[in-house]
Design a protein around this ligand. Structure first.
Ligand code: SF4
Ligand code: SF4
Length: 210
């Protein structure tokens, strides 16, 4: 089943590569920019988590220790948190670089593009408002493409919103088509801390909780 998921990932990666290429004049992503790996929830399905763990198990001992420390820190933050919208920095982010890049999940692969959900709502990535992706073509402080800025840029391809929301990319229709199942979906950190998690002794052994 994991092999079928990997085939699906290749299919999606090819599409995303083309989308990012088309939107290149508006994209500011680069190694070391890790804002989108911080202060979020990072939804991960079971199969994405299985794949991520292949990368995690290959980390050297020092990096595994750092990830384990990060997980423990987040677990403590979670215990102290009062509210229902807990956000955290991804435990796999080390020195502002993803330590499991090739094995990262769908949300990590697609983030950065302008998206359009099934309800038709267009969303720009939050970093636009910090001067990054699409900031050069949006109205100041707004959520709307500026025709004037677009003209000034002299770019051929206009800013386009793609249907690459996490819900869409993890739709069961894709899974059926590629003959795998996404399984349960939940924030990445919850795969590490739920006592009854089927996933699993291996995670706990590799990233022991304090
Ligand atoms: S999506 Fe935004 S925050 Fe994430 S790497 Fe790209 S520019 Fe940085
Ligand atoms: S898995 Fe990697 S890309 Fe995804 S949020 Fe964590 S550090 Fe960022």
């Amino acid at each position: 089943m994991l092999q079928n998921y990997i085939t699906y990932l290749k299919f999606i990666d090819e599409k995303l590569k083309k989308f990012f290429e088309r939107q290149k004049p508006y994209i500011r992503c680069q190694k070391g920019c890790a804002m989108c790996c911080q202060n979020a929830q990072f939804p991960y399905s079971k199969i994405e988590m299985d794949y991520l763990m292949i990368g995690a198990w290959q980390l050297d001992i020092e990096k595994k220790k750092i990830v384990a420390q990060n997980v423990n820190k987040i677990r403590q933050q979670m215990k102290d948190f009062k509210g229902d919208d807990f956000k955290y920095d991804c435990p796999f982010l080390i020195n502002n670089v993803c330590s499991v890049y090739d094995y990262r999940g769908l949300i990590c692969r697609s983030f950065g593009l302008m998206t359009q959900g099934s309800d038709g709502r267009v969303k720009v990535p939050f970093c636009c408002f910090k001067g990054y992706n699409y900031a050069n073509v949006m109205e100041d402080g707004g959520n709307k493409v500026s025709a004037e800025k677009f003209k000034q840029l002299g770019v051929k391809e206009e800013p386009v919103a793609f249907n690459v929301s996490y819900n869409f990319l993890t739709d069961d229709d894709f899974a059926r088509g590629f003959k795998f199942s996404f399984g349960e979906k939940k924030p990445l950190i919850e795969w590490f801390i739920e006592e009854d998690s089927e996933k699993d002794e291996q995670i706990k052994n590799n990233f022991p909780l304090s």
